[in-house]
Design a protein. Structure first.
Length: 143
């Protein structure tokens, strides 16, 4: 994402899409249902969305495993969906690890939580291409 204006538009579109899905489906469903609904909503808004995209992890040129990202949007943002009481540091750390392993491909990510009451929480993570210290740049909580 090239500039602050496009980042702002992206965050607004993501918030709107998540709120649309949450309002339409309500609370209490599985992560997978929200995942597929959000993918459909983002596609309807013109984004290219890959569901459960698999990335190979290598160590010293040897395959050591795979990561499965919930959603990859336009090949540049990874979204991890949760259905928990609250987003934790462990969820942010998971997203950060995914983004580091997808270096040169992904530099924007978000943990999205639709909690059991139907509240929405989004925490985005932006990392510079040089893989400096990541920072959580946005948090939205809506009950």
């Amino acid at each position: 994402m090239p500039d602050d204006e496009s980042e702002s538009v992206w965050h607004a579109c993501l918030r709107d899409a998540v709120e649309e899905v949450s309002a339409a489906l309500g609370p209490g469903l599985t992560e997978s249902i929200y995942q597929h609904a959000l993918a459909a909503e983002l596609r309807a808004r013109g984004f290219v969305v890959e569901v459960e995209k698999i990335f190979e992890i290598k160590y010293k040129n040897q395959s050591v495993g795979f990561l499965r990202a919930d959603l990859v949007v336009d090949g540049r943002a990874v979204l991890e969906l949760k259905t928990v009481a609250k987003i934790t540091d462990a969820h942010i750390a998971q997203l950060d690890a995914y983004m580091r392993q997808m270096a040169n491909r992904i530099c924007t990510g978000a943990v999205i939580n639709i909690d059991v009451r139907g509240g929405v929480e989004i925490k985005t993570l932006e990392t510079a291409i040089d893989w400096g210290v990541p920072s959580v740049t946005e948090s939205l909580v809506k009950d």
